[in-house]
Design a protein around this ligand. Structure first.
Ligand SMILES: Cc1ncc(COP(=O)(O)O)c(C=O)c1O
Length: 408
């Protein structure tokens, strides 16, 4: 046994198999273009090229100056904070900023934002509540914050399991007298589910029913720009009156929105009606961020800020994303139509990068699919994730039926 490792560094090889499987799939695809590589959560265009935002690339080139190599503000600076609040709150910006105190701190991607939220708002050994089907990295992030993970059941009858959610929160609240809950919405990874307004309202009611303990909601919106504007931002104006014990946090990822996965920019935003809570957020989140990664990627952050704070560039950028959404929607609609026609069972899909199919045995099905040159990602024992973001519409055509014939 290796005694040099810390007690929060408990990983074994293959814990997060996405990159390993994706690498095998990439190599197979390079050998044979007919291979279907639906493994990784990166958007590719209809020419199978990495999907970029040319406006961002132009802006980034302008920012690649020597000044950009200097440290920038840990929180990203006032201009970044203003730009990111405008972008994230979208049409609700005025409503939200008039009613609540809001702030933001830059982070290296959505991963950084979630890690920062936990380090600031979860005690050591506290339980981080995550969805029973969800992004694998949540567990590792919790472990590195010296927290435990526990799971609320995500779906019941193809809808968000509100009862299961309430039960799990009640159980943890009783034991720990604190709650920290992650909800990944819209375009949930890996199902593609997006909550309805009725579900959002019920979730908020449940969270606010714990009146005498601290309740932190971390909304992971990593894929939110791939849902319609209205549905992507509607959670933010459903909080109503926010008591001081309840803190909604928003974890933004620039990876998917700007197609800059490797440039590592994101932000943690807070929404509250308490001046004390927002002041503490600003000081604490900046100080904690400084102690882990010091400051964000200066070049990428400046390019983003220049786009987000210029109304003409912002609307040009929005149009570019809308086109990407249309491309993704066409793939999603086609896959789901054909899955329904051939009876391939999926988790409830609404929009986003992924669709998840249900099988008897995910390991066995994956092996069988790989024999037929189809690479997917296993999600637990009974699900396989199809990354429609990384395959073309042509590759999507007929895929559901092919999968159905192989896995049954
Ligand atoms: C659900 C979810 N949340 C957060 C992230 C974080 O992304 P990043 O750190 O690249 O912004 C990802 C990335 O795959 C994700 O799938």
């Amino acid at each position: 046994m290796d005694k040099t490792l810390s007690n929060r560094a408990i990983f074994t090889e293959g814990d997060d198999n996405i990159f390993v499987t994706a690498d095998v799939a990439c190599k197979a695809k390079a050998r044979d273009p007919h291979v279907i590589n639906a493994t990784i959560g990166t958007l590719y265009d209809e020419m199978s090229h990495f999907s970029t935002v040319p406006l961002f690339d132009e802006e980034l080139k302008k920012c690649l100056t020597v000044n950009g190599r200097a440290y920038t503000f840990t929180d990203g600076g006032d201009d970044f904070i203003m730009g990111i609040k405008h972008w994230v709150f979208g049409n609700y910006y005025e409503e939200i900023t008039n009613k609540y105190f809001t702030s933001a701190v830059a982070a290296p991607g959505g991963t950084g934002a979630i890690a920062l939220a936990e380090r600031c708002y979860a005690n050591q050994d506290q339980t981080i509540l995550i969805p029973s089907i969800g992004w694998k990295n949540y567990e590792a992030i919790a472990m590195q914050a010296s927290c435990k993970s526990d799971y609320y059941n995500l779906f019941k009858d193809d809808k968000f399991d509100l009862e299961g959610f309430k039960e799990k929160l009640t159980e943890v609240a009783k034991k720990e007298k604190r709650l920290f809950v992650i909800i990944n919405n819209p375009c949930h990874n890996p199902s593609g589910y997006t909550l309805s307004i009725a579900e959002i309202d019920k979730i908020v009611t449940i969270l606010k029913s714990f009146t005498d303990i601290p309740v932190v909601l971390a909304l992971d919106i990593a894929y939110f720009d791939y849902e319609e504007e209205e549905k992507s931002r509607n959670f933010f104006n459903r909080f109503g009156e926010i008591p001081a014990n309840f803190l909604p946090l928003i974890c933004f990822s620039a990876s998917k929105t700007f197609s800059i996965y490797g440039l590592r920019v994101g932000a943690l935003l807070a929404v509250t009606q308490s001046k004390e809570v927002i002041d503490n957020f600003r000081v604490t989140a900046s100080s904690v961020a400084r102690s882990i990664w010091s400051c964000p990627n200066h070049h990428a952050l400046t390019a983003m800020t220049n786009i987000l704070n210029n109304s003409e560039k912002r609307s040009q950028f929005k149009q570019a994303i809308d086109k990407k959404c249309d491309m993704l929607e066409a793939r999603g609609n086609l896959f789901m139509k054909e899955a329904n026609e051939c009876g391939l069972k999926t988790l409830p899909y609404v929009s986003g990068f992924f669709i998840t199919i249900t099988v008897k045995d995910s390991d066995k099905s994956l092996k069988d699919l790989i024999k037929h040159d189809i690479y997917l990602i296993p999600v637990g024992p009974h699900n396989l994730r199809v990354a429609i973001c990384s395959i073309t519409l042509e590759e999507t055509k007929g895929l559901a039926k092919k999968i159905k014939d192989i896995v049954e």
